[in-house]
Design a protein around this ligand. Sequence first.
Ligand code: AMP
Ligand code: MG
Length: 324
Amino acid sequence: MAEIVAQDVALAKAAALLAAGDLVAVPTETVYGLAADATSGEAVARIFEVKRRPRFNPLIAHAGDLAMARSYAVFTPLARKLAEAFWPGPLTLVLPLADGAAIHPLVTAGLDTVAVRIPRSEFARALIGEVGRPLAAPSANRSGRISATTAEDVEAELGDRIKLIVDGGPTPVGVESTIVKVDGDQIILLRPGGTPTDALEELAGMKLVAPGGGIEAPGMMASHYAPEAAMRLDVAEVRPGEALLAFGPNRAAGADHAAAVRNLSPSGDLREAATALFSSLRELDRVGASAIAVEPIPEHGLGEAINDRLRRAAAPRDSAPVND
Ligand code: AMP
Ligand code: MG
């Protein structure tokens, strides 16, 4: 059962849990967030587990200040202008991921962009400063349910699955952050939210662009996360020239002849497999094999999200957008 602690006395305890790779529900000005150390794959995998999210959609990496945000995202002059005007606050910027950024690929879903925001909530910023690392924090509710805006809502949603809920009272904004992608001198509106779009347009002196015409809103394309190589799922046998994405202790036939092998989790642990998924796909893709053959992965727990991502990676490359 989760302990509910008032925010003015919760800082040290929350920071210690986060630093140890645990999850903590924290108030932000938008909605309550289910926070994890964004540099730890294990911690971020727990977010998907606890929310029972069937998909690895990318998460927002929350920074405590601009220096931290700059350590993992690349700011163009336009992005800097938006940040200076609206941060701290309910605006998320999708920016290029900085070289050598410590953000775990589960946070970005393997993309080369990252969603970044500095929350207005003083507690949230103090907590990020105390942990010294960015925090990934989607809304603190079970997948498919509405966002929690009070500690009691969080308790009802996730009380049996986490250790600590920090109580900051009802969240003042009450809706999620506005998300824009800053792309060259365009600003693409990915999600309306707590920062009005007309305020953004006025500051930037331009209209926001809708992500129409099959442009990537994240996870919307069936093949969005596709590697260069073709993918073959649920294989019992590796064909000549293929690389192998393995899972668990037992190998598919022909594994000895694979162009390369990465095992997501030799012991068959789905959380470990989730943390290794995106980096393993990239590594196998670099081998230049004719295809990546993937051993069967169970459909339970995080396996559902792993299989969802693999099926998208295997989808025909020109397939139509799917609802996400
Ligand atoms: P939330 O569950 O409120 O944290 O939602 C985060 C939102 O940010 C989701 O809709 C994501 O799809 C979106 N998002 C996060 N990272 C990216 C990215 N790199 N590119 C585009 N959208 C992103
Ligand atoms: Mg949500």
